[in-house]
Design a protein around this ligand. Structure first.
Ligand SMILES: NC(=O)c1ccc[n+]([C@@H]2O[C@H](COP(=O)([O-])OP(=O)(O)OC[C@H]3O[C@@H](n4cnc5c(N)ncnc54)[C@H](O)[C@@H]3O)[C@@H](O)[C@H]2O)c1
Ligand SMILES: Nc1nc(=O)c(N)c(NC[C@H](O)[C@H](O)[C@H](O)COP(=O)(O)O)[nH]1
Length: 276
């Protein structure tokens, strides 16, 4: 069973989160919430490629509540390979089925390394109508050069299962500002209004340092809100670390609340277009 319904959050927790949820007003860009769970030593997994449960039941509910308030949920391909995630919403949202409440799963996978198939949890959730069918963002340049593809039939195979392979021009750029601009432009064109980015470490580290430009050439961070769960454990120096390449001091309206044994910190990003 892919969907075990989660408990309701107390009113106080929902009130804590409310200011940080995506706005309902239309916008010319995608609203981005960056969210992850880290240890006290800022690790998101105990080792490369290892799924590590950090969130307790209460903060896990919080994550699924957030999923239920976003149009899309994005992970890097290494997270997909390590975790085999369902990427659906298992929090009961009033008036919505789990399928309706679930965000669109999005996997960034420039060279189509993901081993997605019918038994992947994300596909099982879609088949059981408790999650949406995933989008896999693949480099358009890589797709054009079919000699790089070891098994071209695999794309057709997974599209027949209901997943979509979406070519993105510039996804393989060495410049993360360019690749994130390309990702967000594609998602906007596909009608996404809000995106919850769950990781992994490379995605988080990059995105924290990324700037994109608006039509007037003004640079800003694409991240609007940052919500971090801190679990009271140390994962040690072999762990997968969240630590951006540059110092960052740009969070404001910071609030924190205890969820079970975890602390959740929520904040806005003053370098985003919402900034003060
Ligand atoms: N605790 C948490 O909240 C949490 C959340 C997610 C993942 N994780 C853990 O993180 C680990 C994986 O993290 P990671 O850092 O190895 O990998 P990742 O999941 O960040 O994926 C990195 C890969 O995604 C692609 N990618 C990412 N950004 C891109 C961009 N801008 N343009 C083009 N391609 C891009 C590239 O192929 C890159 O190699 C796993 O162990 C997973 O369990 C933990
Ligand atoms: N909030 C959070 N706490 C954790 O302890 C943890 N390991 C993750 N990791 C995020 C990553 O995206 C995982 O892959 C999904 O949490 C698994 O997602 P599912 O529940 O299967 O949908 N996220």
């Amino acid at each position: 069973m892919t969907t075990q319904p989660l408990d309701q959050l107390p009113d106080s927790s929902r009130a804590f989160l409310r200011p940080y949820l995506p706005p309902s007003a239309p916008s010319d860009r995608v609203f981005v919430t960056l969210t992850y769970a880290a240890s006290l030593d800022s690790r998101v997994a105990v080792g490369q490629g290892q799924r590590t449960i950090l969130s307790g039941p209460e903060s896990k509910c919080m994550t699924h509540y957030l999923r239920g308030h976003h149009d899309g949920i994005l992970v890097g391909v290494n997270t997909f390979l390590a975790d085999d995630p369902s990427l659906n919403c298992r929090y009961p949202i009033t008036g919505k089925s789990y399928l309706e409440a679930s965000p669109r799963p999005i996997i960034i996978d420039p060279t189509f390394r993901c081993n997605i198939g019918p038994s992947s949890k994300v596909m099982m959730a879609a088949t059981q109508m408790v999650g949406k069918k995933p989008w896999i963002l693949v480099s358009a340049e890589w797709l054009d050069n079919s000699s790089l593809m070891s098994d071209p039939g695999r794309i057709q195979f997974i599209e027949d299962l209901g997943a979509s392979v979406i070519p993105v021009t510039g996804l393989q750029s060495d410049d993360r500002n360019e690749s994130w601009a390309a990702i967000l432009k594609s998602l906007k064109q596909l009608g996404l209004r809000s995106l919850m980015v769950e990781g992994g470490a490379q995605v988080i580290n990059d995105l924290l340092c990324t700037t994109v430009q608006d039509v007037n050439g003004t640079k800003f961070s694409p991240v609007d809100v940052v919500i971090i769960t801190i679990a009271p454990v140390y994962l040690g120096k072999n762990g997968v670390e969240v630590s951006p390449t540059t110092a960052i001091d740009k969070l404001y309206d910071i609030k924190w609340e205890q969820f079970g044994r975890d602390i959740v910190i929520a904040s806005f990003n003053n370098k985003s277009r919402l900034g003060p």
